[in-house]
Design a binder for this molecule. Structure first.
Ligand SMILES: [Zn+2]
Length: 109
């Protein structure tokens, strides 16, 4: 599984946990969370680092709009600790990413 694919799965899992607990959805996501998840996927597809992508909270390129950024931060803060139990393997990969140093984009001359 590629870096971006894995990141998408992590986002999906986190949004699912958050939506389930906060919006009381039993299967799938509510419209709001679905839109946010879709937005996150598109940001990932557009990530300039591709497979070298750092963990988003360490990234130096702030590619989310202010509003979406706030929502995803909230979701990650809530779902992050809960991930370990439900998705141990994904969390492990995610933790490893947190220790990697964020690369910088090369300045264009
Ligand atoms: Zn929701």
């Amino acid at each position: 599984m590629g870096r971006i694919e894995r990141e998408k799965k992590t986002i999906d899992a986190m949004v699912k946990i958050y939506c389930h607990d906060h919006h009381h959805t039993s299967a799938g996501l509510c419209a709001d969370c679905l839109a946010l998840q879709d937005y996150a996927h598109r940001r990932l597809d557009a990530c300039p680092f591709h497979e070298k992508k750092p963990a988003c909270n360490k990234c130096l390129v702030h590619c989310y709009s202010a509003k979406q950024r706030e929502r995803i931060t909230q979701i990650m803060r809530y779902a992050g600790p809960r991930m370990t139990l439900r998705y141990p393997l994904l969390s492990l990969f995610h933790l490893m990413d947190l220790f990697k140093k964020a690369p910088r984009l090369k300045k264009r001359k």
